[in-house]
Design a binder for this molecule. Structure first.
Ligand code: CNA
Length: 244
């Protein structure tokens, strides 16, 4: 791990890509990990855009214990260390596939949310915006939130399977990745595309790839450094950088 510290210190343009694995330490299950959502129910169906249109209650029922309870979830040592490293100038961009808002809660500023965010919801008929808190309030009484102005279905601004990614966010993510001299993937299985292509952009630009994940990923063979345990790595980084 000393080698990772050295890399973080010597790199001029460090980009992190986070996935659902980093929030398991905050009690939010990931998709494909050992206690992931895929083990319990069909996450493909919950986040499938056609299923959402046909049966929004299916999404909102499952999301109650997954997205609409985020107020009770706190950033862990990984989110906090990343925010600290950004503040100290060691991280230039943080790209996340997560939709749990914990990076922002920990204080990270330059966060690129490539799969959107539940902080905004929109009426699919009239485009009226609702905040996360608005929708959580509606869900206290209703199974599915509908627009108070026109009765249209309300959808969170997260990217479902079958939808295009937000082009502005993804373009920023691609630009940051292509410029990175150090690209660190944390807690992602790297199987969801196109986010999983971002490390390749860094490699093509001559950047070094580091992967921290406790299951194999398709890019392990390209990794300059490879670690399994996120908790261990971030305890080390936290101790090292905070105790200087
Ligand atoms: P994923 O496919 O579930 O992969 C997570 C990876 O993290 C797995 O390979 C795990 O083995 C690994 N992992 C879990 N805990 C640890 C640990 N303590 N140490 C090391 N490795 C660990 O998730 P991805 O992010 O790759 O997939 C992308 C999807 C998942 C995105 O669309 C997300 O929006 C979606 N998702 C997000 C959240 C969230 O916001 N917290 C939760 C669940 C799913």
């Amino acid at each position: 791990m000393e080698r990772l510290v050295d890399l973080l210190k010597s790199s001029k343009n460090t980009v992190f890509l986070s996935g659902a694995g980093i929030s398991t330490l905050s009690g939010i299950p990931d998709f494909r990990g050992s206690n992931g959502i895929y083990k319990k129910f069909d996450a493909n169906r919950i986040f499938d855009i056609d299923c959402f249109y046909n049966d929004p209650a299916y999404f909102y029922t499952h999301a109650r214990d997954f997205i609409y309870n985020l107020d009770s979830k706190e950033p862990n040592i990984i989110h906090k260390t990343l925010a600290f490293l950004e503040k100290e100038g060691y991280i230039q961009a943080l790209i996340t596939q997560n939709i749990d808002l914990l990076h922002q809660k920990a204080g990270s500023v330059n966060v690129i949310e490539v799969h959107g965010s539940p902080s905004i919801h929109k009426c699919l008929s009239c485009d009226l915006k609702y905040s996360y808190d608005d929708v959580r309030e509606i869900l206290k009484d209703e199974e599915v939130p509908y627009c108070s102005e026109c009765g249209g279905l309300i959808k969170p601004d997260i990217t479902f399977f079958g939808e295009m990614l937000d082009q502005d966010a993804f373009t920023r993510a691609m630009d940051a990745s292509a410029k990175a001299d150090l690209f660190v993937v944390i807690g992602s299985s790297l199987v969801v595309h196109p986010a999983a292509t971002l490390p390749m952009l860094a490699l093509k630009g001559g950047g070094k790839l580091v992967i921290v994940n406790n299951m194999e990923t398709p890019l392990d063979g390209h990794a300059y450094l490879r670690y399994d345990d996120l908790g261990e790595v971030f305890e080390y980084l936290s101790d090292h950088f905070r105790e200087r």
